[in-house]
Design a protein around this ligand. Sequence first.
Ligand SMILES: [Zn+2]
Length: 394
Amino acid sequence: MQLFDTARGAVVPFEPGPEVRMYVCGITPYDSTHLGHANTYLTYDLLIRRLEDLGHSVKLVRNITDVDDSILPKARELGVDFLELAATETARFHRDMQALNTRPVFEEPHATSWVTEMVDLIETLAEKGHTYVVDGTVFYDVSTFPSFGALSGYGEATMIEFAAERGGNPDDPRLRNPLDFILWQPSLDDEPSWPSPWGDGRPGWHIECSAMSMGILGPTLDLHGGGSDLIFPHHECSRAQSEAANGVTFANHWMHTGMVAYQGTKMSKSLGNLVFVSELSKTHDPRAIRLALMGHHYRSDWEWFDDDIATGARLLDRLHHAARAAGGPDPAGYGTRVRDALDDDLDAPAALHALTELADAILEGGDDPAAPTVLGELGALVGIDLGAAPAPLA
Ligand SMILES: [Zn+2]
């Protein structure tokens, strides 16, 4: 299998051992699962399905970021406890992931259950000279990690710009370098806090994923994934602190998914134009969502249009009808085409194209009873169960 590796900037062989240790950054449970999340998690789900098809066993760890700079203000705004908000939204996320037929995770750590390990990790970084403390806030000193920036490949100006946009504060006067980031900070009065050698407080966002991934999967991952907006600062910082602490490669392969916009505009919470899986699932079979997303390559940025769901639903109908037919043409070669497409940097659109061609050929006629069976098997390989009739439209 060949996959694009963000760190190397090229499509390279992905050749893990029999057991694949995979970490994908999970949700901050303060709002529903939107299509951007679905696009990301279905991408790794498709990868896992092909790896299992190849005989690997995959340990997927996908965390729940139940304490960070975005869930606490939201809980405050709603007047609820942050853990209550997290529990509600996590339950909704699980329903969405189940509806989309994603493979079960090996473990789903909650950040709030791993604070002791985070403190230990920060202490290790402190002992090795990678940190400094200002008024109870512990910062990571990027000047102590010479290859900082090597994952993203971004220049300093871009890194500063993205840090400001994505949760950092490069103008913080306490910083020695604008790219230094918070490992630990004192909590505000109404925020949760945990004891630490630097005073009561809470962890920074990046240290959470490092502690959870190394705690469950060990110091080196076969593959680390997430949306491309996590490349910097989140993954760059995760890599810097993990490798500084352990002295070994943090992830052998970095895989990132493109961003989904909505009808010409960036999909964002602040613009109020998020398209939610739970909403789409009220009116359409969730398999139609999956099919609609498969029409885009995971690395491309693309736009969702309102009629995309109807296109997905029509395709589901066609595939389902074909899978129930009595016969079709000789299906030899279709399985190879689908698998070759997936092995070519997880080319879901090409795999879907082969699947659709087989369905169309079946609908044109033929008497080989193996054809509908093969179609059903290939559907299952890409996560589309063609056994059940499409849900009627609401
Ligand atoms: Zn993460």
